[in-house]
Design a binder for this molecule. Sequence first.
Ligand code: SF4
Length: 391
Amino acid sequence: MERVELLSPAGDLERLKIACIYGADAIYIGGKDYSLRANASNFNFEDIKEGCDFAHKLGKKVYLALNIVFHNEDIEGVYDYIKNVVDLGIDAFIVSDLFLVRYIKSNFSVEVHLSTQASITNYQSVLFLKQEHIDRVVLAREVSRDDIKKIIEKTGVDIEVFIHGAMCTFVSGRCVLSNYFTNRDSNRGGCAQICRFCFDINEEDEKFSMAVKDLNMASYIKDLIEIGVKSFKIEGRMRSPFYLAVVLSSYRRIIDAIYDNKLTDDLLEKELKILGRVANRDNSTHFYFKEADLTDQYYTGRQESSNQDYLGIVIDKDNHLYTINQRNYFKLGDEIEIITPNMDIINYKVDNLYNEKMEEITVANQADSILKIKIDFDLPKFSMLRKKYLD
Ligand code: SF4
């Protein structure tokens, strides 16, 4: 049986590779132009080529977002850009403007997916897009579970939905807060996250924020598979490699357990714990089962703490001597976990530690330094060390 696709974001080449080896079936990226995350490093033509080659060798796909809101001045260069990118091996374009659907489908044999930015919420719109030979529609995040089901039943078009990550306070990014507050156009990649700001609302120092909680559909993956969703999208081209590895491997284990008939309450509880640990906000299911309301939002704002759980990544190995690029503080005697591209979670006690010159040390306290550790079992390259998530 064809399994549902797990679709990961990647803000640069390193993240694309991490996503490929930590369980994604496909990766969506942005080029230097025409995509909505101007603050991500994004991909130049060489990166796109290398990313496509890397992903294709592992049987994964790469989708390129061309989903800004196009103004007249954006149109001139886009035709050449599309041609160049098709030649690099992209598997699909994610577009929001309807002229691109017809233009790409008429001129190239490459898939076109309609972006969530187009705010599709009903089956008539999807039927219209079907006439334009659209390959997939990414629904607006504001669509309920029953409407997703109805759209799939009435259209037969492949449907993708977001299952995890940050939400917009406005309809799927159709927001001009950043334009007014920072002179940056949200709909051309300039979102400054104004909805997360805290605003004074009176002289008594009372605050007001529009920030919403994150989306987490881990408990309802089976239901979404059963109603016929084809692709599960993770939000976040700005997210770190560590975040991607943790979130992707968690959803990979859940999805595989469902198809292998092995999903248990214990497994789900464990994965929810892992996903909760890597999140920096509370989460909810937002519009899936009811209209979003007060319980899905932080009216008075919230401090967002940085996550110090990521301890390091295996960048090289010589038999059982591993070279680690360190990220956060840890020391001899610490009980930690190692996550691997094979989806394993291994308990490990740090019982030796060396600097780059193989001098013994007791503490790893210089972020981004190179360390060596002898570990008497096999670990693949790109395995990651993290603080202990599970008892
Ligand atoms: S400011 Fe908030 S609501 Fe507006 S586009 Fe950015 S994240 Fe979305």
